[in-house]
Design a protein around this ligand. Sequence first.
Ligand SMILES: O=P(O)(O)OC[C@H]1O[C@H](OP(=O)(O)OP(=O)(O)O)[C@H](O)[C@@H]1O
Ligand code: HPA
Length: 182
Amino acid sequence: MAPEEARRLLAEAELICPAEEVARAIDRLAAEISARLGETNPLVLTVMSGGIYFAGQLLPRLAFPLECDYLHATRYRNTTQGHDIEWLAEPRTPVAGRTVLLLDDILDEGITLAAIKQRLLAQGARECLTAVLTEKDLAGRDKPACADFVGLTLPDRYVFGCGMDVRGAWRNLPAIYAVKGL
Ligand SMILES: O=P(O)(O)OC[C@H]1O[C@H](OP(=O)(O)OP(=O)(O)O)[C@H](O)[C@@H]1O
Ligand code: HPA
């Protein structure tokens, strides 16, 4: 997206979660994750690209031994509609026998996390837990996956900021916005 369009989109967007609220949610998630996984030497896998902001904020708050790696699966590809999942990168660290913690920015329809979790368990992960910075409230619609740790619940709007993009832009914002009209 052209920078002028990105600026116009942000100017017209609705702020739905200020930066302070996001930071408080990450503090709480860090405490919950530490209590559950502190003794398991987990392999923490960030789902690129959206998970990068959450991982960057969460990891310094986890004061226990862990290993980090990443994978890249995409289904929206710089659009606002989901498609089939495309695998762009597998984790290089073997997952067999490991407690895995997946980090992602948003659980929307749940298709991405369900597919990733199924794949890691099929590769022999001992258990696969999931932490998402946000989850969209789809008003009771069934989802194929639910997260073990959820930071914030968001309305069913197209949102951006904190790792989430709108047509490639604004993953870098420390607050969460909803696109006008979507
Ligand atoms: O719950 P779902 O409806 O499956 O959607 C959630 C997924 O969509 C986004 O990724 P995206 O496909 O946009 O890839 P990206 O992170 O590389 O932009 C987001 O980062 C999640 O991984
Ligand atoms: O609302 C969203 N915003 C950004 N990325 C997303 N991926 C799934 N849903 C969304």
